[in-house]
Design a protein around this ligand. Structure first.
Ligand SMILES: *Cc1c(COP(=O)(O)O)cnc(C)c1O
Length: 402
């Protein structure tokens, strides 16, 4: 069954990242369209019965049904795989569909998973609530502590699951050390790389096995659609992920795939400029609030590790105010330019209070264990002029008594 876009990897693999982001995976119909075509079709028709039989038997390349293959979706999958430096990629309807598929496709009752304590709320829910219902034991560790990962390993440990930087504490996990440990024990590492995208951090280069995405964030980049992606070896994608995905159907619609394809064309530019803007705004904020957690600033306790594994430190940072929830909400309510919004990776600057939004469901104890305090605010810096963002923050901080 035809799944790739017919681009010759022996040529495209030599393209530099910015070229891959614009041209990777492009497949042209007989019309020769320059922009990727949008194939809004659920099914396909065939010249004769023998053709469809051969496609279903796997003897002939070609599409059969859009839960299995779609040309627009295949273009996106090839582009992301090229950017990631992965053998293969499959995309899903949301980041959470991607995380769920990446874990459920390889775990069975009786297995054990070790996962990072600081993580996106729904990622924690998978380990805390979903997997245990199906007989998978989960141990949660402080992802910054390499010895804690090692101590958590059991004979039945199958997966290590973490994100770095973590949402919203900005903890950095040492990808190379954790993946080396996993490899030595035959454990598969699944890294949620949503905060960075391959433009800023490529976990496969540091030994990760599987990289999973919320492509809703920096990949798509303009806050329009939800999407997810899982990248890995041909063996992992074909033997583990595909049987799960084809039969459970967490597919991405061709329209949303097309929007993400367009977003990827500007990924390199956006990721770099937003990282620069975030550093400029972060330097201002550093002199204005008691605590800022920004891996690009020397004040971050893991700045050196961040520099080692990230090309630039991304658009997101967090701050912690002494006045708790009241002061954090006061800052949000005083903003005039930056939006109150819990999304990230958008070209617009957005700010949210994790304790009352994204991490609300974890409860006060869960939040405390994870380091999400009542005075924490998470900020996504967009493509606006940093001087305007600094003015907006300065005014909001003053109004909130800072
Ligand atoms: C947003 C996010 C997710 C979930 O992605 P959706 O596209 O919203 O389903 C998972 N992990 C991280 C780190 C995220 O930021």
């Amino acid at each position: 069954m035809k799944r790739d876009t017919g681009q010759d990897r022996s040529k495209t693999a030599y393209w530099r990242p910015a070229t891959r982001a614009v041209r990777g995976g492009t497949w042209r119909s007989e019309q020769g369209e320059t922009s990727e075509a949008l194939f809004l079709t659920s099914g396909y028709s065939y010249d004769d019965a023998a053709t469809v039989a051969a496609r279903f038997a796997g003897d002939l390349d070609g599409m059969t049904y859009s839960r299995l293959q779609n040309p627009t979706v295949a273009m996106l999958e090839e582009r992301i795989a090229l950017l990631e430096g992965a053998e293969a990629c499959r995309v899903q309807s949301t980041g959470m569909a991607a995380m769920t598929a990446a874990l459920l496709c390889q775990l069975s009752a009786g297995d054990h998973m070790v996962s990072a304590r600081a993580a996106f709320g729904s990622c924690r829910w998978l380990g805390d609530s979903l997997l245990p219902r199906f007989g998978v034991d989960v141990t949660v560790v402080d992802a910054r502590d390499n010895a804690a990962w090692e101590a958590a390993i059991r004979p039945n440990t199958k997966v290590f699951f973490f994100e770095t930087p973590a949402n919203p504490t900005m903890d950095i996990a040492d990808i190379e050390a954790i993946c080396a440990l996993a490899r030595a024990h035959g454990i598969t590492t699944v890294v949620d790389n949503a905060f960075c995208t391959p433009a800023l951090q490529r976990p496969l280069e540091f030994g990760a096995d599987v990289v999973a995405y919320s492509a809703t964030k920096l990949m798509e980049g303009q806050g329009r659609v939800l999407a997810g992606a899982v990248c890995g070896s041909e063996a992992f994608i074909n033997d583990k992920l595909l049987p799960f995905q084809r039969n459970t159907g967490p597919n991405l619609s061709p329209f949303n795939a097309w929007v993400v394809l367009k977003g990827l064309e500007t990924l390199d530019l956006r990721a770099r400029r937003q990282s620069e803007n975030a550093l400029e705004v972060g330097k201002f904020v550093e002199g204005r609030v008691p605590v800022i957690l920004h891996p690009g600033l020397e004040s971050h306790p893991q700045h050196a590790l961040a520099r080692k594994q990230m090309d630039a430190c991304g658009p997101i940072f967090s701050i912690v105010l002494e006045g708790g929830r009241e002061q954090a909400h006061a800052v949000l309510d005083a903003l005039e330019l930056i939006d109150i919004s819990n999304n990230i990776g958008d070209s617009r600057s957005l700010m949210c209070h994790p304790a009352s939004t994204t991490h609300h469901n974890m409860g006060p104890e869960g939040r405390e264990a994870m380091g999400v305090s009542e005075g924490m605010l998470r900020i996504n810096i967009g493509l606006e002029d940093p001087a305007d963002l600094i003015e907006d923050l300065d005014r909001a901080f003053s109004k909130a008594g800072l």
